[in-house]
Structures are given as structure tokens and as C-alpha cells.
Design a protein around this ligand. Structure first.
Ligand SMILES: Nc1nc2c(ncn2[C@@H]2O[C@H](COP(=O)(O)OP(=O)(O)OP(=O)(O)O)[C@@H](O)[C@H]2O)c(=O)[nH]1
Ligand SMILES: [Mg+2]
Length: 675
């Protein structure tokens, strides 16, 4: 049995823009807690969180990694996440497994794109948030302004719980036992303390009255319950200051993690659902170690030597080695032969897991992201809400270098997607292309690099066609009679249908209004099949069609010659005939893009974007002399944007984009695609 109980566990995911110092902070905390003897460095590829060969070569975290340590009778699980925008999907995966998000902000660069997005996701999922302003060793002067920026963006409940000393060499506690004589860099200990207490007491009227009437000074223990409510409701976001590099503010941060941030029994309870589709119901779980086992697999890693490794958060019950568990609605239990605690790349044997803990299981084939593990059929059909991962917007067509390697490639692509569900594989049949899609160029490149270096599968890549689509802009009707009499059995089917445009993003709807058995019921699905085949193949320029409603109005059949194949063909031809009369158009994907550049480069950047058909939606001045430009732009025009931006800003700009919507492409673009 581990030497800690559920209430002593703290689970935190470190999120924030690349370079803010998440991995370095983890290294510093591990060292401070004596969990490691040698302190590694990101720039030397020796730190514990970035243990894969790829991370060490790129000096960036590329996958979530798991580290833990014991500190003052608590067990702290830290999950490091990648801060590069392309890997945001991977950074989101651990969220369901933690109570708290530790949002790391660079003292000089302020709130950057990924920090903002991470905050929004953490808030949406009801996580307690602690902001850590790191890099204070080389950026003291702007800290007061940065706190104001954080309050403007993330709310006035963002309050320092400690403040840097005037020379930045340490931090002064403003919450637990404040000393109002301490000279701080800005503001002062007493007023920050009062503000914190007022915010916490907002959650508990009785305690507030006691405080006001009797002038009682309240102990941290008395404040704990309202503090926990304030964190859960997002009314309070503590801010801490650190230098991970110079070891400043670490003990103060650890005290906050242990004494302020919630344990698994507090915080927003995990959201389990039972049943599928319209049967889906929220269920409450107990987090009791004696109850049935209920665990959630939130990360899968695939190693050519170790095999499949699933990282699991146990929510209820106790898991012992030797136990048998079920995966999801599966019937066949598997045996747990080992439980591991991960420490970066190391696996440490664990005998038993208790609710609230995070650990790993190895060599279990059926594990996949979002699988539920349980030990009783009472928990069949349990699941967690699906994480809304960012839509892929960049793709590369992949082909084997050697003929005959197609199957090997398909296998490795599936492994990559199993590890990272924000990667997608798309087969564009009409162009005979397999496209690996991700959130950006780097995302796809790093995945292919892994395929090559880790799984030994080398692929040729080519720029894929942008994912254009086709649709119709007017309703139309058409009829087709499919009739074949070739010697033996004939084929006969006649379909009369109407098509109508749907709103953008609605996809496909199919309905039959056939009455009186003009087309027997069993042939209606055949018509739908024919229509879907035609939609996949496109009409104008072989792009898949979307946002179309098809209504089968009438038709004819023949008692002997009517077969499924005849109605597939009739459905397809009738549909295509209708499309030709329904003013078809080509749609192109638009992305929502944020470009952050120095203020003096703004004119050049917006000019260039407008010349590439982008619409500027808004600009926002960021405190640190740069500006955030929000544009909606056609993806096709952003092909080489990374290079263009680098050239225009001398490498000082950065951007991130997410899929926005499909829009009718301008006539000139449509024209060029049809030839
Ligand atoms: N001066 C100074 N440098 C720091 C501090 N924290 C981190 N660094 C340096 O900043 C660089 C980036 O730090 P990382 O820890 O890799 O940042 P990260 O947030 O993990 O970045 P990603 O993994 O790309 O998301 C490294 O070279 C660190 O040595 C700090 O407090 N002060
Ligand atoms: Mg990192």
C-alpha cells in the first residue's frame, strides 16, 4: 500500500506557452523535494520531464510526462505538458485526470497564445488554477504590470499569495503568516493579505461576520473550506512568483500546492456518464477505496520495446496487482501483473493504487485514450465526456519509401493517432492519398520523425491538397431510371429525389417520403449508399460534398429485377443529376488565427495578411510592447506563413491557428481548382 491516502494527493497539470519554464520548474521542484539527486537541464537534454530522444534533441517537451514526489506528508503528481501550440491537443489530454492546473507564465513575455487557451480550457472544466510567474530572476521591472494584465484577462480573483522582495532574491508570504514589515518589489504584504482574505470570505458569510465583528484573525485551517470553494468556483486564482533557474520561490510554491490547492476529495468531482446517446445520464461516484473500481485511461504511449503503456487515473476503488479488470463494455477481463509509478522515463513498481492516484499499466493491448477500467458489470457503459480537441488544419500526404510497406505504414500511423488523438488520418480516395493531419506543420513533422526514428518506418511526404469540399447553393430535383437487361437477371430501379442546401457544418441528412411502397423499404438504404458514394467522389473537382439534405420523393421498382445494386446506381445518378442543377460550389477551409508581433511590425503584418485574403477581426495591445492580431484567413493562403512571419519580424513573431469554418471559395480559386 502506498504511504499516503487520497486526501494527501495533489494532482496538477503544468500548462503554459513554450519556454515559460514548465519542465525546468518540475526539475527544480523534484530536486527541492529530494526526489532526484542530479539536477538536469533542458538545454543539455538531461532533465527528467523531457526524457524521449526527440525531446532531448529539440529541447522542447513534445508529449505529456508524469513525475511525482513526496513532500511534507503529501504525494504530488505533476504532469508536464508541451507548450508549443502545435501540441496543444496533447497538452489537453491530462486535464480529466487532475484537480488543478498550474499555469506557468513567462515574467517578460506575459500571457501568450497557449497560456490563454490553457486557461480557458481549465476554467471550462472547473479546474482549480494557480498561476506561476516564472523567470523572475531576469525580469523584475515589469512584474506589477504583468499582474494587472493577468487580472484584466483572467479576472480580478487572480491575486498574489506571495510577492517578490525588492531585490528579487526571494518571495514574501502574503497568506499563511504574513509579515507586514517585509519590503516587497511592488504593493505590500498587508494589503495583498487583506485582499486575499476578503476574497476567500466572500464564500462564507458566517465566517465573514465573525471576522468583521470580532476582528478575529483567522487561521489558514479556518479559511480552508471557503478557500477551496473559491478555487473550485474560479473566484480565486492564486499567483506565485518563481525562478526555476535560480531556485527562487520554490518552497513557497510547494506550500501553496500542499496547503491551498485541492485534494481529489475536494475540487470539482469527476464527470462520469452512464449509457450512450440519448440514454446518457450523469452519475456520481464515491471515490471510496472500498467501492467498485472505476479508472480512466487518459494517455496511451506506444514504445517498440515496452509495448503499449496506459496512464490511468483511479477515481474509485482500489487496484492491486494480480487483480482482473474489464475495459469499457468488453466482456473479457485482463490481469494486472504490474502497476507502475512513472518518473519521467523510469517506471517504478507500485503494489497498490488508491483513489485519486495516477499510475501506469504496461502491455495491455486493449487500452486506448478514454477507456474506462472497472471490475464489475455494474459499471458497464460508464464513460467520461469526450474532450473537445482542436481540429487538425495541416496535413501531409504520406507514401511508403519502399513498395510493399503500405501495411507497415498504416500500422505505424494508427499507433501515432492512438498516442495523440489530435492527429488524424484521412484517406482521400479520389486522389489515392493518405494524409496525416495535425494542428500544424511541426505537429505532423514531429510525428513522422517519430515514425522514422522510433518505429523505423520511413515515408515520403508531399504537400497534400488543401481539404476543399463541395456543396450546393440551391435546391433541385432529378430522376434516374437504372435499367439493365444483359442476358440473365436484369437490374431495375428508379429514383426521384430532391436535394437542398443545409447550413454550413450540418453535414448530411437523408429522408424518404416514398409512400405506398413505390420503392420497397429495404431499398431505401441502398439509395442512401449511392448518394453517399457520389458525395465522397465530388462533382466539380473531386472534393467530398457536404451540407446537403436529400429527400427521396418517389420511384419505381420491379418485382424480379429490383436489387440493391440497381438502387445504389439509381440513387447515385439521380443525385449527381440534381447536383448539376443545384448551383454547386467549392468550399475552402478558413482558420481563426492569432498573430503576436512587436507593435512596430503591425502595419507590415496586417498588410501582408490582407493581401492574402485574410480579414482582420481585431487587434489587442499586449502590455509587453507587442500586439495580438486576430484574423480569419483561408488556410490555402497560409501555406508558408511560418517563413513569411519570420522574414517580416526577424523571428520575433508567433502565431497559432485553429479551424474556423468552411466558406465558398472565390470564383478565381474555384476556377483554378477545376482545371
Ligand atoms: N533565467 C531563467 N531561465 C529559465 C527559467 N525557467 C526556465 N528557464 C530556461 O528557459 C528555457 C525553457 O525552459 P523549459 O523548462 O524547457 O520551458 P517549457 O515551458 O517546458 O517549454 P516547452 O517544453 O517547449 O513547453 C530553458 O533554457 C530553461 O533553462 C527561469 O526561471 N529563469
Ligand atoms: Mg517543457
Amino acid at each position: 500500500m502506498p504511504e499516503y491516502r487520497t486526501a494527501q494527493i495533489r494532482n496538477l497539470a503544468l500548462m503554459g506557452h513554450t519556454g515559460s519554464g514548465k519542465s525546468t520548474l518540475i526539475e527544480a521542484l523534484l530536486y527541492r523535494a529530494h526526489a532526484i539527486n542530479n539536477r538536469g537541464r533542458v538545454d543539455k537534454g538531461t532533465n527528467h520531464a523531457d526524457f524521449t530522444a526527440q525531446e532531448q534533441a529539440h529541447h522542447h517537451s513534445l508529449e505529456p510526462s508524469f513525475l511525482s514526489f513526496d513532500y511534507h506528508e503529501h504525494h504530488i503528481n505533476l504532469i508536464d505538458t508541451p507548450g508549443l501550440a502545435d501540441f496543444f491537443g496533447r497538452a489537453l489530454l491530462p486535464l480529466p485526470a487532475v484537480e488543478s492546473v498550474l499555469l506557468v507564465v513567462h515574467a517578460d513575455r506575459g500571457i501568450e497564445a497557449v497560456t490563454q487557451r490553457a486557461f480557458e480550457h481549465a476554467r471550462e472544466q472547473g479546474k482549480a488554477i494557480v498561476v506561476v510567474i516564472n523567470h523572475i530572476d531576469d525580469h523584475l521591472p515589469g512584474l506589477e504590470a504583468l499582474v494587472e494584465q493577468i487580472q484584466t484577462r483572467f479576472g480580478h480573483g487572480c491575486l498574489p499569495v506571495n510577492l517578490p522582495l525588492a531585490d528579487g532574491s526571494a518571495v514574501a508570504d502574503c497568506y499563511f503568516s504574513p509579515d507586514s514589515n517585509t519590503q516587497t518589489l511592488f504593493s505590500d504584504v498587508a494589503s495583498v493579505h487583506d485582499e486575499l482574505i476578503d476574497t476567500v470570505l466572500e464564500e462564507d458569510e458566517a465566517l465573514m461576520e465573525l471576522y468583521l465583528e470580532q476582528g478575529e484573525s483567522l487561521s489558514p485551517e479556518q479559511l480552508h473550506a471557503p478557500l477551496e470553494t473559491a478555487l473550485r468556483q474560479g473566484h480565486l486564482v492564486p499567483i506565485c512568483f518563481t525562478s526555476a533557474e535560480q531556485d527562487i520561490g520554490l518552497s513557497a510554491l510547494l506550500k501553496v500546492l500542499v496547503e491551498v490547492m485541492p485534494n481529489p476529495l475536494e475540487a470539482t468531482p469527476p464527470q462520469f456518464l452512464k449509457g450512450w446517446d440519448d440514454q446518457e445520464q450523469p452519475v456520481t461516484i464515491s471515490q471510496n477505496p472500498e467501492d467498485h473500481v472505476l479508472a480512466h485511461v487518459f494517455r496511451v504511449g506506444i514504445d517498440p520495446f515496452v509495448g503499449k503503456m496506459g496512464v490511468v487515473r483511479l477515481h474509485q476503488g482500489t487496484i492491486d496487482t494480480g487483480m482482473r479488470l474489464l475495459i469499457g463494455d468488453g466482456r473479457k477481463p485482463f490481469k494486472i501483473s504490474h502497476l507502475f509509478k512513472l518518473q519521467g522515463g523510469k517506471q517504478l513498481e507500485l503494489k497498490q493504487a488508491i483513489p485519486g492516484d495516477i499510475f501506469a499499466l504496461a502491455k495491455i493491448d486493449g487500452l486506448e485514450v478514454d477507456a474506462i477500467l472497472h471490475d464489475s458489470h455494474d459499471e458497464d457503459h460508464y464513460h467520461m465526456p469526450k474532450l473537445a480537441l482542436p481540429q487538425p488544419i495541416f496535413g501531409l500526404a504520406v507514401k511508403p519509401k519502399r513498395r510493399g510497406d503500405e501495411q507497415k505504414i498504416a500500422d505505424v500511423l494508427h499507433k501515432l493517432v492512438a498516442e495523440d488523438p489530435s492527429l488524424h488520418i484521412e484517406h482521400q480516395e479520389n486522389q489515392n492519398e493518405t494524409v496525416l493531419q495535425g494542428l500544424g506543420d511541426l505537429h505532423v513533422q514531429i510525428a513522422l520523425e517519430k515514425a522514422n526514428e522510433v518505429f523505423n518506418v520511413d515515408m515520403d511526404t508531399a504537400k497534400p491538397s488543401v481539404a476543399y469540399k463541395e456543396t450546393i447553393t440551391a435546391p433541385a430535383e432529378a430522376m434516374h431510371r437504372h435499367k439493365k437487361q444483359t442476358g440473365g437477371a436484369g437490374q431495375f430501379g428508379e429514383v426521384h429525389l430532391r436535394i437542398e442546401p443545409l447550413s454550413r457544418g450540418e453535414g448530411f441528412q437523408f429522408e424518404s417520403q416514398v409512400v405506398g411502397g413505390a420503392i420497397p423499404g429495404q431499398f431505401i438504404p441502398a439509395i442512401e449508399k449511392g448518394v453517399k458514394e457520389a458525395m465522397a467522389q465530388g462533382f466539380l473537382a473531386s472534393f467530398p460534398m457536404q451540407d446537403i439534405k436529400v429527400v427521396v420523393l418517389d420511384g419505381k421498382h420491379h418485382a424480379v429485377d429490383s436489387k440493391e445494386i440497381a438502387f445504389v446506381a439509381a440513387g447515385k445518378k439521380a443525385f449527381l443529376e440534381a447536383v448539376s442543377k443545384a448551383s454547386p460550389v467549392i468550399l475552402e477551409p478558413l482558420v481563426d488565427m492569432h498573430v503576436q508581433v512587436p507593435q512596430d511590425k503591425m502595419g507590415d503584418i496586417t498588410g501582408d495578411l490582407s493581401a492574402h485574403r485574410a480579414m482582420v477581426c481585431g487587434t489587442e495591445a499586449l502590455d509587453n510592447s507587442s500586439v495580438d492580431i486576430n484574423v480569419e484567413a483561408p488556410l490555402a493562403a497560409l501555406d508558408d506563413y511560418a517563413t513569411r512571419l519570420k522574414a517580416m519580424t526577424g523571428g520575433e513573431g508567433q502565431y497559432s491557428m485553429t479551424f474556423s469554418r468552411y466558406e465558398v471559395a472565390p470564383p478565381s480559386v474555384q476556377e483554378s481548382l477545376m482545371h
